[in-house]
Write a protein that binds this ligand. Structure first.
Ligand code: UFG
Length: 339
């Protein structure tokens, strides 16, 4: 029988793409989302793409009573927890908001899982847990560095909470450490919807290219890298979504080797900011207005993943190349502007 997956934050950027990939693999999907950083129309887009409208709960996971109602109304096999705030810069200014939301939602959902005897959880972690790594590429055993933001702290603490709970036999967990998620669904029906002026490179590039923003600033060209700009490991959101489906399968079929598993999810290929600009211009035919500016505080020069464990143990591999990341983001940006 098909497993039922509760996707908390299932209308957000990564959650919506994951809901689609789960439905494509015949999982029953229940979406819980409080629409704080997502749009209700994405639920219809999921249906447009898959032909299936997931059951939807407009629930804030910090509300334990409402969260518990989901479990009392539906049997759940696996929970994927995406529902967290994710702006690094906002978290530096408003750390309490991040600690409250990201940690209480995680604790609440696990308490509800425990009461409902649901034991399988997939946690959205991030490469941010590594801080500025000393050795590259980063493997899953690379030690955590001191978090540079409250957002980073909540991801480190989230993983630590799971470590302790799995050791106590309360749940089985898989944490996926995302590198830099980018791109959009090939249909251009779903993609990232940043609120206000984006902080991240991809939406900034797209909005500048489309004329919504005037100019991109490249944060530093004096790093010790081949072209002087920072290197990151950009991963297509559809590939990332598929990693969640594989993690679900793994937990549902009890193929996990330990009760607390961690995987890096990236391509393993570093790409510079200036290369992104070049590929954007080649793929879209649009000349990007950009300037070189100062370094951004807190940026590491180079971060990219060792993905051996995800390849060998999880059986997952990124398939979509940088051109596809740029083209799908661009198509999405243009469709958002037309609507
Ligand atoms: N950059 C620019 N100009 C911009 C925006 C970004 O040059 O306007 C550069 C940054 O300096 C960096 C690269 O583009 O070198 C990528 O920056 P992003 O802000 O897109 O992503 P980060 O690598 O800073 O952060 C990402 C996620 C975080 C996560 C972090 C973990 O957005 O959620 O990776 O490594 F915490």
């Amino acid at each position: 029988m098909a497993a039922t997956v509760l996707v908390a934050g299932g209308l957000g950027y990564i959650g919506s793409h994951t809901s689609v990939e789960l439905i494509k693999k015949d999982f029953n999907v229940i979406v819980a989302d409080n629409l704080s950083n997502s749009e209700f129309f994405i639920l219809e887009r999921i249906e447009q793409i898959t032909g299936v409208k997931p059951i939807f709960f407009n629930v804030d996971l910090t509300d334990k009573i409402k969260t518990a109602e989901i479990f009392s109304q539906h049997p759940v096999d696996v929970v994927i927890h995406f529902a967290a705030y994710k702006s690094v810069s906002e978290s530096v200014k408003e750390p309490l908001k991040y600690f409250h939301n990201n940690l209480s939602s995680l604790i609440n959902i696990i308490e509800c899982m425990k009461d409902a005897k649901v034991s399988k959880l997939i946690f959205s972690s991030s490469a941010t847990v590594y801080g500025q790594p000393e050795k590259l590429p980063v493997t899953e055993s690379t030690p955590f560095q001191k978090a540079l933001s409250a957002y980073g702290s909540t991801k480190q603490m989230g993983e630590e909470i799971l470590e302790k709970l799995t050791a106590a036999g309360i749940i089985n967990a898989v944490s996926l450490r995302y590198f830099n998620p980018v791109g959009a669904h090939g249909s251009a029906l779903m993609g990232e919807l940043p609120i206000g002026i984006p902080n991240n490179l991809f939406p900034y590039v797209m909005q500048t290219g489309a004329g919504g923003l005037e100019q991109l600033t490249v944060y530093g060209n004096d790093y010790d890298t081949p072209d002087g700009s920072c290197l990151r490991d950009y991963i297509h959101v559809v590939d990332l979504a598929k990693a969640h489906v594989m993690a679900c399968d793994r937990l549902f079929q009890q193929k996990n080797e330990t009760s607390c598993e961690v995987f890096n999810i990236g391509t393993g290929k570093p790409t510079s900011v200036l290369e992104i600009i070049k590929v954007f211009e080649r793929c879209t035919g649009v000349k990007l207005n950009y300037k070189i500016g100062d370094r951004r505080e807190g940026d590491a020069a180079v971060v990219y993943a060792d993905i051996t464990k995800a390849n060998k143990v999880l059986g997952w591999k990124a398939e979509l190349e940088l051109d596809e990341m740029i083209k799908s983001s661009w198509k999405w940006e243009l469709s958002v502007r037309q609507s």
